[in-house]
Design a protein around this ligand. Structure first.
Ligand SMILES: Cc1cc2nc3c(=O)[nH]c(=O)nc-3n(C[C@H](O)[C@H](O)[C@H](O)COP(=O)(O)OP(=O)(O)OC[C@H]3O[C@@H](n4cnc5c(N)ncnc54)[C@H](O)[C@@H]3O)c2cc1C
Length: 527
């Protein structure tokens, strides 16, 4: 029986969270999996940087939607206990504004947030916040099944599955409303509008172009934000370890240069940059779908995904991984420093295609959020991030462009009281050009295609593509970016691939030790 299972070979290209989830679920179901990545370890964007002797998260830092990884682990016969310990954060984020002493914290407990908003902006705004949370919850619950868990939603399919109540919830928002306009109807305090508009950037979008439905991110955060012991990168390492335990072969430092097709146009394997060929019955590609279009995986698969114009790319970023002491401002784990002219940030990035002159600075203080306050004066690990245009393949983001951005960012932090003066050896900068080099053909976009306009929700490619036997997973694929969404896409790709193998004559679905058959894995990801 085991022989029958192992006779099918799959190559997964990319050990980002989408590829790791696919590899784990496929290996668990008895497929012979080889996972390739050109990087020296797993994680993709969930990467670490070493700064002045300290390893720190240099990619995602906000861990949400824990249920997603939980149900994927359960499907693979594991549980959250197989991940590093997760600690819920009581404070979701601390917010500060240029030149203002008052800060505003949002809490996991919405009542505490309402109190804080009441003290910050008055009782009427606190009431509006409570109503906003109720609406965000409704929108999230409405879209979770028909959109997030669906293999490839379409407008007619969504309308059919939403039902009258779901449709009423969405039309209540104004179907063509942007997040910015919606928030203007909701909050009167401009700082609150700015704060909640930032949720658009979680999907790499501008609040002026993102659909109002992205307000559901408020509910995502209220469902919990966790700190991961050892950092987010440790989550990727755990998935890689589990995939290995189920028999997947993990090959790092192995760039794939070609996806090979047989004469009938079906996937038959891959070729590595070294020239080595690996035969495969099916392939999962976890890189940017645009890499296929640009021919980076060979001419035969250029038509596998739709082309994405540069102007439809989501946000990139300039990041500074810092290991240095801070003073003058009590940092929480997640901190957001807003400048005065929010609109100009997105006009600079999306229209003028330059680094923002008044960019918001996000600071993740990775050593904070525990029970004990961080000792003053001790060096601490910080990831500072400013949004940027995803033009990393259009021009070099050299020091002439990034130095002034760094100065502006430090000055914004300083105007909020935070003193931070890292020495050159205490800091590492990553630009859109670097992100494009790490994630080829992305331009440095960190979240695939921007969620601009409500139709954008339906324009991402799905797991199945135009090439039989080739499947797509990752933040550039439905249901979208962010660790949980990219993980869901990996699950969808594994399910579609199993269905593909099941539809061919040599494959016989078998029960696995956890009682899950290939068929149940296929249907598990469907709404
Ligand atoms: C700075 C930053 C901050 C972020 N903040 C958050 C956050 O707080 N919360 C959140 O949820 N998300 C956040 N994100 C987004 C999140 O990290 C991504 O959406 C998610 O990790 C993407 O996973 P993925 O499956 O698309 O794979 P990716 O992480 O994109 O990895 C793809 C992998 O494929 C490999 N690859 C590509 N082509 C080839 C090839 N030809 N051969 C071999 N290997 C190849 C690459 O080397 C890479 O390792 C952030 C991202 C960044 C960079």
């Amino acid at each position: 029986m085991a022989e029958a299972r192992r006779e099918r070979r799959v190559v997964v290209i990319g050990a980002g969270i989408g590829g790791l989830v696919s590899a784990l679920l496929l290996a668990r179901q008895g497929v012979q999996v080889t996972l390739l990545d050109s990087a020296s370890g797993p994680g993709g964007k969930m990467r670490q940087q070493q700064v002045d002797g300290a390893a720190m998260d240099a990619g995602p830092t906000v861990f949400t939607l824990r249920w997603v990884l939980e149900q994927i682990l359960e499907q693979a016969g594991h549980s959250l206990a197989d991940l590093p310990p997760l600690t819920p954060l009581p404070v979701l984020a601390r917010h500060a504004w240029r030149g203002h002493d008052a800060t505003l914290d949002l809490f996991a407990d919405a009542r505490r947030s309402a109190e804080a908003i009441g003290a910050f902006a008055g009782a009427d705004e606190a009431r509006r916040f409570v109503a906003f949370c109720a609406e965000a919850r409704k929108v999230y619950r409405t879209l979770e099944g028909p959109y997030m868990r669906s293999a490839k939603p379409s407008v007619p399919g969504m309308i059919a599955s939403l039902g009258p109540r779901g449709l009423a919830t969405l039309t209540g928002l104004g179907p063509f409303n942007t997040l910015w306009r919606y928030l203007g109807r909701h909050f009167q305090n401009p700082r609150l509008r700015q704060l909640f508009a930032r949720y658009a950037t979680y999907c790499g979008a501008s609040p002026w172009q993102a659909p109002a439905t992205l307000m559901l991110v408020a509910q995502v955060e209220l469902d919990g934000v966790w700190a991961v012991q050892g950092g987010m990168h440790a989550v990727a390492q755990s998935f890689a370890r589990l995939a290995g335990q189920h028999g997947a072969t993990l090959r790092y430092g192995s760039a794939c240069s070609r996806i090979l097709l047989d004469q009938a146009g079906h996937t038959r394997g891959v070729q590595l940059a070294s020239g080595e060929e690996l035969p495969a019955d099916a392939v999962v590609f976890n890189g940017s779908p645009q890499a296929l279009v640009n021919g980076l995986l060979g001419p035969a698969v250029r038509h596998a995904a739709p082309s994405q114009p540069v102007k439809r790319r989501s946000l990139s970023a300039v990041t500074w991984a810092v290991n240095a002491p801070t003073a003058g401002f009590e940092l929480e784990r997640h901190n957001v420093f807003f400048d005065d002219d929010y609109r100009s940030e997105f006009e600079d990035i999306f229209h003028r295609r330059r680094l923002p002159g008044a960019g918001t600075v996000y600071v993740c203080a990775q050593d904070r959020g525990g029970a004990q306050p961080w000792p003053s004066g001790a060096p601490e690990r910080l990831l500072c991030l400013v949004n940027a245009p995803a033009d990393g393949d259009q021009r070099p983001f050299d020091a002439q462009e990034t130095d002034p951005c760094e100065q502006r960012s430090l000055s914004l932090l300083g105007s909020c009281g935070l003193r931070l003066s890292p020495q050159p050896h205490q800091m590492q900068r990553t630009t859109p050009t670097d992100f494009n080099r790490l994630f080829p053909a992305s331009g440095g976009a960190l979240y695939g295609q921007a969620t601009h306009g409500w139709m954008a929700l339906f324009q991402r490619p799905g797991a199945s593509c135009r090439v039989p036997g080739l499947f797509l997973a990752g933040g550039g694929v439905h249901p979208g970016p962010g660790v949980p969404m990219a993980a869901l896409s990996g699950q969808l790709a594994a399910a579609a691939l199993m269905a593909h193998l099941g539809s061919t004559s040599r494959w016989h679905p078998v029960a696995t030790s956890g009682g899950m058959s290939t068929r149940s894995a296929t249907t598990a990801a469907m709404p």
